[in-house]
Design a protein around this ligand. Structure first.
Ligand code: HBI
Ligand code: FE
Length: 287
């Protein structure tokens, strides 16, 4: 999400990790976390995938205040071998992939300002920890995230990171999942956004299309507005299987010769859950 920091900041280790500095959070920052948490936890009932809600429970994230990454990592490690490490913000793709491949999720340690409660460009601790960490307690999704990291390291050498970033964007950040005919949210960018938690499921504007790996990797995205198209997976098992079973080399080669798809457009080959009218300018996430 956003634009990776250019130079490694002072104090960051070669892998860009820093100390979370949990003892430095102010009461106002903990209170802001509690306000964001309460608003999303109530909004997401019946909207978020049960695996996400179960993750919140099992990681005891309903406790007040910004979580201490060391405590969180202890509980997470016991379940899926993942841990949460602090970074100052976006890190370069190859650093990001290397952490994921080792089951380390990098989370920004800063929290947004109260005037940014509805949107901010850089992932803060609420986006990263509330949005991304609960699903890392699910064994299948935990495997998917590691497989994604390993794939990213391989892709780095092929210069196709941008295409792989689309796979991350349309699943990990903005993915939907179909359950008994209803659509549920699992993407971190949606679950951590008050406005998009509603827009992604209820709005008429966006398209909602069945996930297809090659289709997603040919579909660019915008980072500063609600999505024009959401992709819907059938299960986390299916997403993991497609990622593990795909030989990405030939796929990148095939995709290299084809053009990107306009994210507003539904293709004849798409399996469509909802045909939207995304040409109307999507509201910015502050909605
Ligand atoms: N860095 N801290 C952080 N968090 C992310 O989610 C992140 C990143 N760098 C790159 C990135 N995501 C995406 O572009 C991945 O697709 C690589
Ligand atoms: Fe994110």
């Amino acid at each position: 999400m956003g634009h990776a920091l250019q130079a490694r900041p002072q104090g960051a280790a070669p892998d860009w990790t820093i100390d979370q500095g949990w003892e430095h959070y102010s009461p106002a920052e903990h209170a802001l976390w509690d306000r964001l948490f309460a608003r999303q936890a109530s909004m997401l009932k019946g909207r978020a995938a049960p695996e996400f809600l179960a993750g919140l429970e099992v990681l005891r994230m309903d406790r007040p205040g910004i979580p201490d990454f060391a405590d969180l990592s202890e509980r997470l490690m016991a379940r899926t071998g993942w841990q949460v490490v602090a970074v100052p913000g976006l890190v370069p793709d190859e650093v990001f992939f290397a952490h994921l491949a080792e089951r380390r999720f990098v989370a920004g340690n800063f929290i947004r300002r109260p005037d940014q409660i509805d949107y901010l460009q850089e992932p803060d601790v609420f986006h990263d920890v509330f949005g991304h960490v609960p699903l890392l307690a699910d064994p299948v999704f935990a495997d998917y995230m590691q497989a994604y990291g390993a794939g990213g390291l391989r892709a780095g050498g092929l210069g196709v990171t941008a295409m792989l970033a689309r796979l991350y964007w349309y699943t990990v950040e903005f993915g939907l999942i179909a359950r008994d005919g209803a659509l549920q949210i699992y993407g971190a960018g949606i679950v951590s956004s008050f406005g998009e938690s509603r827009f992604a499921l209820d709005a008429a504007e966006p398209n909602r299309i069945a996930f297809d790996l090659a289709r997603v990797m040919r579909t660019p995205y915008r980072i500063d507005a609600f999505q024009q198209t959401y992709f819907v997976i059938d299960s986390f098992e299916d997403l993991l299987r497609q990622t593990l079973e795909t030989d990405f080399g030939p796929l990148y080669a095939a995709l290299a010769g084809s053009a990107d798809h306009d994210p507003a457009v539904v293709l004849p080959s798409d399996r469509v859950y909802h045909r939207g009218r995304p040409n109307s300018p999507a509201p910015t996430p502050s909605g």
